[in-house]
Ligand binder design. Structure first.
Ligand code: AKB
Length: 320
């Protein structure tokens, strides 16, 4: 790919992915697509930035033409928590945005499209431990429904039009650069911020809630490794399970206490408990390991140490 457009560049994954891709492909070759008119300085200073809304086909086409885009990464999505509050918005952004991206990619003969999926494709009837690659996909959230449909749609464009579409089922992503917004796994980021700021955290899911999680450096590695994998070697396309860690909230709190002994946690589960309960504990990612060599680097304590250090720095600088 010569010119990549990242839609959703201001988001939790998009913001860091855009910068990593600029390091690899050159700043001017990775266009940050943002919905905000005021993106961060890091984005504007390292390469081109454009206002892009995947729902606005004319706007999307004009950016594609302006930069001769030959690859799109569509990171714009309404996540599980916000989706349950506004199902029609989730359907609109996640489905109509996606079909616009796929259609523009088909029409302009793009080299690649990356369409993220999520552990939200699974549901309460899916096996919960080491969830297989091929399994029951009956999610009970609108976000999950759009992610299952998105995987199928991406695979359809591969088969029907020969378009190179790829995607992975992200677990909860933990990072300290840009806050996540509207997801169920957001507690796994908030807990670190609150540990630094207030030495305590009230969690919106219970102590035993165990979900697959991944630290941002592993998330970037997984995304970029999949993008760079040899297409002819892929048996799957838009639905790779990718695992890294699996831990309960209580285990997270214990990990934080190793660094901040006075840290306290309490629990006030809300509507997101039911969503978390419908997702797996851990996933079997052997297809990703076999087809493109996936292997994570971080475990819980290594991530905790790194997260706390980075957030402490922000706190000292008065940024949070
Ligand atoms: C969410 O919690 O909705 C997301 C996800 C697991 O896709 N972080």
């Amino acid at each position: 790919m010569k010119k990549i457009l990242v839609i959703g560049s201001a988001g939790q994954i998009g913001s860091e992915l855009t910068l990593s891709l600029r390091d690899i492909y050159g700043g001017e070759n990775v266009i940050a697509g943002v919905r905000k008119t005021k993106p961060s300085e890091k984005l504007t200073e390292t390469g081109p930035c454009e206002v892009v809304d995947a729902l606005d086909m004319d706007g999307l086409v004009s950016v594609v033409k302006k930069y001769n885009i030959d690859g799109i990464i569509n990171m714009a999505a309404i996540l599980s928590g916000t989706g349950e509050k506004n199902p029609m918005l989730a359907w609109d952004v996640n489905m109509n945005g996606l079909i616009n991206v796929l259609e523009v990619a088909r029409e302009y003969k793009m080299k690649q499209v990356l369409v993220p999926s999520s552990i939200a494709v699974f549901g309460p009837t899916t096996p919960v431990d080491d969830t297989p690659q091929e399994t029951i996909l009956k999610p009970t959230t609108i976000y999950g429904v759009t992610k299952v449909a998105g995987e199928l749609l991406g695979d359809y464009y591969v088969k029907r039009y020969g378009l190179d579409v790829r995607g992975l089922r992200y677990p909860g992503i933990i990072s300290h650069e840009t806050l996540p917004g509207g997801g169920t796994t957001d507690y796994a980021v908030a807990i670190y911020y609150e540990a630094i700021k207030n030495k305590k955290y009230t969690c919106f899911v219970n102590a035993d809630t165990r979900l697959p999680m991944m630290y941002m450096p592993d998330c970037l590695k997984a995304t970029i490794d999949l993008m760079q994998a040899d297409f002819s070697k892929l048996k799957h396309h838009c639905d790779f399970n990718v695992g890294a860690m699996s831990f309960s909230v209580a285990e997270m709190a214990e990990s934080i206490k190793k660094f901040i002994p006075e840290f306290e946690i309490s629990y006030e589960p809300d509507f997101r408990q039911e969503i978390a309960d419908s997702w797996p504990n851990s996933v079997d990612d052997s297809a990703a390991r076999e087809e493109w060599g996936w292997k994570p680097d971080y475990d819980l304590d290594a991530m905790t140490e790194d997260m706390l250090k980075a957030i402490e720095e922000k706190h000292k600088k008065g940024l949070i």
